[in-house]
Design a protein around this ligand. Structure first.
Ligand SMILES: [Zn+2]
Ligand SMILES: [Zn+2]
Length: 316
């Protein structure tokens, strides 16, 4: 039982770090903008290629669901508002933004381009902002009716690669809600597990402590009872006191010519009126000298006679 408790106690630091990691990881995720889950399904490839998911970030408050075929739009094609190039009803535009240093003339503000693409029937617009990271600021500043997702680096390369290879791909965009939700859930589970384990450890510790207290108490009580059963008497130099009938000058006399019975513990002679304890082995001591000793050792300090003998035999 105790071993189990110790093992559980060993688990505690591990659980604690796990909870901490999940909690910190979760805080880190929440600091970021709303993440977009981009699920890509290749339409005309062999069946062996299973759909895969990529990650982007929604611009501003444009969070939402969208699906459609992935279609590339050139930034310049989003310049002429009059030109109506409706292609398909369900498509998602991907636009690779040029670096601002490339001096490509900006016909329209980026937000307008996004709105134009959406007006032309795109279900959503994906902007590759790898070369123009400032685009995020501009796209975040406006209100967009449909999802606008920003991707960069590896994710952007992968999507652009599909477009450049003329792969037909269906894209589903969704708000990445699951992760934070599940993290909350996991934190809850972990905290519950930790508190249950902690409670079990505490119950074990409490119970074992109670048990040891109980055994100590019972030994203590038995000793007290054994001591209380031992005889006592009041010393009198006149009476029969251990065979000595020594008459003494007076109380507290410390004369060196002592021959009266004395206490083997404090090495003082017994004086009239002092309480003596008589142990079952017939040895006598000052009551106040021998009682604390008996309580601790349960034996006669002279002959080691065990005062608990009768107690243990009686099976208490
Ligand atoms: Zn004494
Ligand atoms: Zn004795």
């Amino acid at each position: 039982m105790r071993l189990a408790a110790q093992r559980l106690a060993g688990l505690w630091p591990w659980l604690f770090t796990a909870v901490l990691q999940v909690a910190l990881g979760h805080a880190g995720l929440e600091a970021a903008a709303t993440r977009a889950l981009i699920k890509v399904t290749l339409l005309n490839s062999k069946a062996t290629v299973s759909p895969f998911t990529l990650e982007g970030v929604f611009a501003g408050s444009s969070n939402g669901f969208a699906e459609g075929k992935l279609m590339q739009s050139h930034p310049l094609s989003l310049c002429n508002t009059s030109e109506d190039e409706r292609q398909e009803s369900f498509f998602i535009s991907i636009v690779k933004l040029e670096s601002p240093e490339s001096k490509v003339p900006q016909c329209l503000p980026l937000l307008e381009k996004a709105r134009l693409a959406l007006n032309r029937g795109a279900q959503a617009v994906i902007f590759d902002i790898t070369d123009d990271l400032n685009a995020a600021v501009e796209l975040n500043s406006g209100i967009l009716k449909k999802p606008v997702v920003m991707v960069k680096a590896g994710v952007a390369e992968e999507l652009m690669g599909l477009v450049n290879k003329n792969e037909e791909a269906k894209v589903e965009i969704n708000i990445m809600m699951e992760t934070p939700k599940w993290t909350h859930y996991e934190v809850g589970i972990l905290l519950t597990v930790v508190s249950v384990v902690l409670a079990i450890i505490m119950i074990f510790a409490f119970r074992s402590r109670c048990r040891s207290n109980r055994t100590w108490d019972s030994v203590h009580q038995q000793t007290m009872r054994a001591i209380s059963r031992l005889e006592t008497r009041t010393y009198s130099s006149q009476g029969c006191s251990g065979g000595s009938h020594h008459s003494r000058g007076g109380r507290g006399s410390n004369s060196s010519s002592s021959s009266g019975p004395m206490c083997a513990i404090c090495l003082e002679e017994f004086l009239d009126g002092q309480d003596l304890r008589i142990i079952s082995c017939a040895h006598e001591f000052h009551k106040e000298c021998v009682d604390p000793w008996l309580l601790q050792h349960r034996t006669c300090p002279l002959c080691m006679h065990n005062i608990m003998g009768s107690e243990e035999e009686s099976g208490v």
